[in-house]
Write a protein that binds this ligand. Structure first.
Ligand code: MN
Length: 250
């Protein structure tokens, strides 16, 4: 078993080494991760410059690109053989609800899936996590289950773990994505030359966080596991759109 591990927080992130070290107790692990924090990089690929790879003293590969670049490069060039699985994380901070569209953590898993491999994204719901070990143990349990029973090839797993000691975790829940209110406004400021600058503000508060959602599970001490698919087509609206388009005469 050979596992490719990546993330979006960068190759120095403690969540990355917590995951890689735990997985390497039962598998061969290769780490290919961005050279700095690329959170919220989404699925971006770098096309306007070459990518450079450095192997660090601990064996990790650091890439001056996005999480998607890392997984793409690893699978299509860097590694001699395809790994069996891609793990992305452990991300500092949750990736729930609308977050998944921006998340570089989820994107790294998506790229693994695009390239034909089972893929899991794992995040912990704290910006300064204390219990990486909990998420790392959950990762190994999911790995073991995946070896017993494969998942359909159109699915990646988006895992969010409460920042709690393992003994305080209530269980695992299959969830759907919740939704947030619209984002907080950008934060305006001035640079040292008195020019206006803007910082993107925080995400919106939870809106749809009812029972069955990822938000609800994690808020109640459960590990949330959402099966994500890549096809964003809103199939229920195809008929509505067909009717709507009839009015447009060419
Ligand atoms: Mn991140």
């Amino acid at each position: 078993m050979h596992i490719l591990v990546s993330n979006d927080d960068g190759y120095l992130a403690p969540g990355l080494s917590a995951l890689a070290e735990k997985l390497s107790e039962s598998a061969q692990v290769t780490v290919v991760a961005p050279d700095r924090n690329r959170s919220a990089a989404s699925n971006s690929l770098t096309l306007d410059m070459p990518l450079r790879v450095k192997q660090m003293d601990n064996g990790y590969f650091s890439v001056d690109g996005t999480p998607t670049d890392c997984v793409h490069l690893a699978i299509t060039g860097l590694l001699d053989k395809d790994p069996n699985l891609v793990f992305s994380g452990i991300n500092n901070g949750e990736n729930m609800g609308d977050d998944v569209l921006y998340s570089g953590t989820v994107a790294a898993a998506t790229e693994g899936r695009f390239l034909g491999l089972p893929s899991i994204a794992i995040s912990i719901n704290s910006s300064q996590p204390r219990y990486y070990e909990t998420a790392a143990v959950i990762a190994v349990q999911l790995l073991e289950q995946l070896l017993e029973r494969e998942l359909p090839s159109d699915t990646i797993l988006n895992v969010n773990v409460p920042d709690l000691p393992l003994k305080n975790i209530k269980g695992l829940k299959a969830t759907r994505l919740g939704q947030r209110h619209r984002s907080e406004p950008v934060i305006e400021s001035r640079d040292p030359r008195n020019k206006k600058i803007f910082w993107v503000g925080p995400p919106g508060a939870q809106q749809d966080a009812g029972e069955g959602t990822d938000f609800h599970a994690v808020d109640n001490g459960f590990v949330s596991i959402t099966p994500l698919k890549i096809d964003l087509t809103n199939y229920q609206r195809l008929d509505t759109l067909t009717d709507w388009l009839k009015e447009i005469k060419l």
